[in-house]
Design a protein around this ligand. Structure first.
Ligand SMILES: Cc1cc2nc3c(=O)[nH]c(=O)nc-3n(C[C@H](O)[C@H](O)[C@H](O)COP(=O)(O)OP(=O)(O)OC[C@H]3O[C@@H](n4cnc5c(N)ncnc54)[C@H](O)[C@@H]3O)c2cc1C
Length: 156
């Protein structure tokens, strides 16, 4: 197997996306948001690869990558196997993957999101300097904030 395969572009099919381990996690979040798919928009500020995020069950803003993993492709014991996400223990910044295993990629099941339209004539409220800085630090990008899942997802 060529390691170049670990960096191929994600393949979207409806609400599913197949992602290789070497792909950038922030880029994946943007790709999904552009397709109005919700489930990982909170993770867009986490640097690193998709494989690194899978390995440690990266999470932010109440979302964790493990909750949207349908299957994972793993090189284990000299074989490439596909295991259901439900067979992995997704704990806080820790998973049941073992040392020596190479994560090749995963298929995520996301949710179609509803894009909320702003009311006609709506204007961005002016923020003073302190609030502007605080908002910039504490919140994801405005384009990602506009995404809301079609079905409500229990908060973690
Ligand atoms: C500024 C900053 C903010 C951050 N914020 C958050 C946050 O909000 N939430 C959060 O969860 N994390 C956060 N992190 C941590 C960050 O998400 C992790 O460092 C990142 O997910 C690791 O991915 P990586 O590609 O850099 O992996 P690496 O650092 O290269 O590897 C990390 C570990 O994963 C293993 N690994 C990586 N890829 C694979 C693979 N394909 N197969 C098997 N093992 C693999 C490596 O062996 C290593 O043990 C933050 C980090 C920084 C620097």
């Amino acid at each position: 197997m060529s390691l170049k395969e670990l960096k191929t572009d994600p393949i979207f099919a409806g609400e599913r996306v197949s992602v290789s381990a070497g792909y950038s996690l922030p880029r994946l979040c943007i790709d999904a948001a552009r397709r109005s798919l919700s489930g990982i928009e909170g993770l867009n500020g986490i640097p690193g690869t998709f494989g690194g995020a899978l390995w440690m069950n990266a999470g932010a803003y109440g979302q964790e990558i493990g909750t949207v993993v349908e299957t994972v492709r793993v090189a284990r014991g000299g074989c490439v196997i596909e295991i259901p996400g439900s067979e992995v223990s997704w704990n806080y910044r820790h998973t049941s993957f073992r040392e020596g295993e190479l994560l090749l990629g995963a298929t995520l099941l996301l949710q179609k999101a509803i894009r909320k339209r702003l009311p006609r004539g709506w204007k961005q409220p002016r923020a003073n300097g302190w609030r502007r800085n605080r908002m910039a630090r504490a919140r994801p990008a405005a384009s990602l904030r506009m995404l809301r899942p079609a079905q409500s997802v229990p908060a973690k």
